[in-house]
Design a protein around this ligand. Structure first.
Ligand SMILES: [Zn+2]
Ligand SMILES: [Zn+2]
Length: 211
């Protein structure tokens, strides 16, 4: 549970997170299956669950259903209210332009070799697997990643862990929610490009269908 500002209620409310949202959704659909006419009684289990957890005293079942923390974007860096959606580019409250974090993985190329020169300032650059993992552990998942695959030799003179290894780390080890990740593979290696795209697209699709 986390206190967040709700755009519909226009106030701060306790919002459910992760497992809590799953339990609440289940109790909500159970409510629909009961024959009870009175809404308070019908959704009693849901209301009790939410109120026990939050101490809020909610009486409207439908309000709980839009108080799931991950229905909204992250908090605005300027005013602290949530962006209305994960993809929102501006804060609806203060008009702050959201900083979209973009990461460029490549050992030799520069941003302007792949994107327009004007986009240079939007990207952070990492050149190795180790830098890639370190960056994300420190800064969280960027909104966008541009992948190279072949990253040359490491400092011991052997072939360095590649872009595919970075993608595998994201999927199998990072524990991050990749549903909203956008990416491009700019590598010139066609086989590895397909592998990176296949791995990430399949995983993201899997996350979206098991929501
Ligand atoms: Zn609300
Ligand atoms: Zn704001």
């Amino acid at each position: 549970m986390r206190i967040r500002y709700c755009w519909r209620c226009k106030m701060e409310v306790p919002m459910l997170e992760g497992e809590e949202s799953i339990i609440a959704s289940k109790l909500y659909s159970e409510g629909f299956k009961t024959l009870e006419k009175d809404r308070q009684k019908r959704f009693k289990k849901l209301l009790d669950y939410y109120n026990d957890l939050t101490g809020f005293g909610e009486t409207e079942p439908n309000a709980i259903i839009h108080h799931f923390a991950d229905m909204y974007g992250p908090d605005c860096e300027n005013c602290g209210k949530p962006y209305r959606t994960d993809k929102a580019k501006y804060c609806a409250s203060c008009g702050n332009k959201r900083k979209m974090k973009k990461l460029f993985l490549d050992d030799v190329r520069t941003i302007e070799m792949i994107y327009d020169k004007s986009m240079e300032s939007e990207f952070d650059i990492v050149q190795t697997y180790e830098e890639f993992v370190g960056y994300i552990k420190e800064n969280g998942l960027p909104n966008y990643i541009s992948f190279d695959n072949d990253l040359g030799l490491n400092k011991n003179g052997i072939v360095a862990l590649d872009g595919l290894a970075c993608a595998k780390w994201l999927v199998y080890e990072s524990g991050l929610d990749l549903r909203n990740l956008e990416f491009k593979v700019h590598s010139a290696n066609p086989v590895a490009s397909e592998q990176i795209k296949g791995l990430l697209n399949n995983y993201i699709k899997h996350l979206k269908t098991t929501e």
